[in-house]
Design a protein around this ligand. Structure first.
Ligand SMILES: NC(=O)c1ccc[n+]([C@@H]2O[C@H](COP(=O)([O-])OP(=O)(O)OC[C@H]3O[C@@H](n4cnc5c(N)ncnc54)[C@H](OP(=O)(O)O)[C@@H]3O)[C@@H](O)[C@H]2O)c1
Length: 253
């Protein structure tokens, strides 16, 4: 099977490192032009856009600030002309203890929701409008988490809740805009070896992360990228609304 995405523009949020970087790389290998979104890691993002080629470009936005996600979408569509595929991947996992002061706890909650859910939601809204106005057969791929379905450790309540929100947002888009040509999918990874999971593993230990896997090794970003590239190609369009679990079989334990 040959996947050719040339001529398609893809916005990948959080593409400066980790899973997003692997997704951008695989999509560009298939010929797509990538809008490499980043927040702080400007050098990595610009280097990546250069390596990816296909006229890919880096775009900055801090999703913990109101309006930045919407403005990002506008900038990307203005510079690239049209966007056919959106991948909401940027995210953070903020640890909060139940004994934190209420103000601190709610601050962590709000920051998590803004980056993981609110930014993705406004980008979805703008993408749907963009697809419909240009009669583009658009695809949205939202990177949620296994945590949306089975919860998370006590310190990551907001994280799990944000990812559950992302799942129902995606399903609603799939069922309500399918006839407008919009397809929406969820990827729900388990532990993936990135900076984000590193912090978690430092706290709980690598064995905790590996304990319930059916496979030998922890999932890496490169294990997710081929599936996302396949979905981006349109060959999985009749799975719109579906969640693809990529968790090394950890649901089976
Ligand atoms: N790793 C896992 O075990 C795992 C498991 C399930 C789901 N996921 C999900 O997969 C996605 C990618 O995770 P990852 O492990 O690759 O994370 P990561 O290595 O920590 O990378 C996070 C990415 O998100 C961007 N980002 C962080 N804060 C941001 C903000 N305030 N505004 C805009 N962008 C921001 C970062 O940009 P800069 O680097 O430029 O600051 C970076 O590109 C996340 O949505 C995560 O929840 C991860």
């Amino acid at each position: 099977m040959y996947i050719n995405l040339s001529g398609l523009n893809v916005l990948v949020t959080g593409a400066s490192r980790g899973i997003g970087k692997a997704l951008a790389t695989k999509l560009a290998e298939a010929g797509a032009t990538i809008a490499v979104h980043y927040n702080k890691n400007v050098r990595e993002a610009e280097e990546l856009a250069h390596i990816l080629g296909n006229e890919s470009k880096a775009f900055q936005a801090d999703f913990s600030k109101a309006d930045e996600a919407a403005k990002l979408f506008d900038r990307v569509s203005l510079e690239m002309g049209s966007i056919e595929i959106v991948i909401n991947n940027a995210g953070l996992a903020v640890s909060a203890d139940i004994n934190d002061k209420d103000e601190e706890w709610i601050k962590s909650w709000n920051r998590t929701m803004m980056v993981n859910l609110d930014a993705a939601a406004i980008i979805c809204k703008k993408a749907i409008q963009h697809f419909m106005s240009r009669k583009v057969s658009g695809r949205i791929i939202n990177i949620a988490s296994r945590a949306a379905f089975r919860g998370e450790e006590a310190h990551y309540m907001a994280y799990a809740a944000s990812k559950a929100g992302l799942v129902s947002l995606t399903k609603t888009i799939a069922r309500s805009h399918g006839k407008d040509g919009v397809k929406a999918f969820v990827i729900a990874p388990g532990f993936v070896r990135t900076d984000m999971s590193q912090e978690f593993m430092q706290k709980y230990g690598e064995n905790h992360a590996k304990g319930d896997l059916a496979l030998e090794r922890l999932t890496e970003p490169k294990d997710i990228a081929p599936l996302v590239t396949f979905i981006a190609s349109g060959m999985a369009d009749h799975a719109t609304g579906a969640t693809f679990d990529v968790n090394a079989g950890s649901y089976l334990h």
